[in-house]
Design a protein around this ligand. Structure first.
Ligand SMILES: Cc1cc2nc3c(=O)[nH]c(=O)nc-3n(C[C@H](O)[C@H](O)[C@H](O)COP(=O)(O)O)c2cc1C
Length: 192
């Protein structure tokens, strides 16, 4: 089983990074093959609305997103981690998501299968916000719902933590890392 982990924070060693690392450790311990992608290390243009993807499902922009399309199509599960920035996912995460419009085009316009032979693909979302605002995850959860749908993945679960702001502060949370680790193990379980 192949698990792809997407790190969406610009901050090295930040809270969402620590969480996703722990989730992926759970995946590895459960026997999965894990690949990690740090969006902050890549050059990914925002979607430019060229709409070439409507014709062939391919994005013509030649940048670091290119190799990710194949990885996304081949993953059995995808874990995306993003900090909350202004009630949204980070700009790194959003640029990556918008470039997945190519998958939306394949699925809904061209009626092509996204991942043939993989009917039980799952997506999970990890997010951390610094404030105690009651609605900080509303927007990102909607975004992730439609993002995972475009990839033909079930939105399996999200782990959301608020009032965690300083770098590494998630380490002081009583349950967060353990929750991430066990979600990683759970993700590797094959559906019937
Ligand atoms: C530009 C920016 C915008 C932010 N906006 C919000 C916000 O709207 N709501 C919130 O609760 N926290 C907000 N935060 C705080 C981060 O979500 C918080 O520090 C989080 O722990 C960062 O996770 P990371 O260490 O993985 O990057 C913001 C931080 C930055 C830098």
């Amino acid at each position: 089983m192949k698990i792809l982990g997407i790190y969406g924070s610009p901050r090295k060693g930040g809270n969402t990074e620590l969480l996703l690392k722990e989730l992926l450790r759970g995946c590895r311990d459960a026997g999965a093959e894990v690949e990690e992608v740090f969006l902050r290390d890549l050059k990914i243009s925002p979607c430019l609305e060229i709409y070439a993807c409507k014709k062939d499902g391919q994005c013509p922009i030649n940048d670091d997103m290119k190799p990710l399309y194949e990885k996304l199509a081949q993953a059995d599960a995808l874990a995306v981690a993003s900090p909350i920035f202004f009630y949204a996912v980070s700009a790194h995460t959003k640029a990556f998501i918008d470039r997945c419009q190519a998958f939306y085009a394949r699925k809904y316009i061209l009626k092509q299968p996204i991942a043939p032979g993989k009917p039980y693909r799952k997506g999970v979302f990890l997010a951390v916000g610094g404030s105690r605002g009651s609605r900080i995850f509303d927007g990102p959860l909607l975004t992730m719902k439609y993002f995972f749908d475009s990839l033909d993945m079930t939105f399996h679960k999200s782990l959301l933590f608020k009032e965690v702001d300083a770098k590494g502060e998630i380490l002081e949370h009583p349950t967060a890392l353990a929750e991430a680790y066990s979600l990683g193990k759970e993700l590797v379980k094959v559906d019937p």
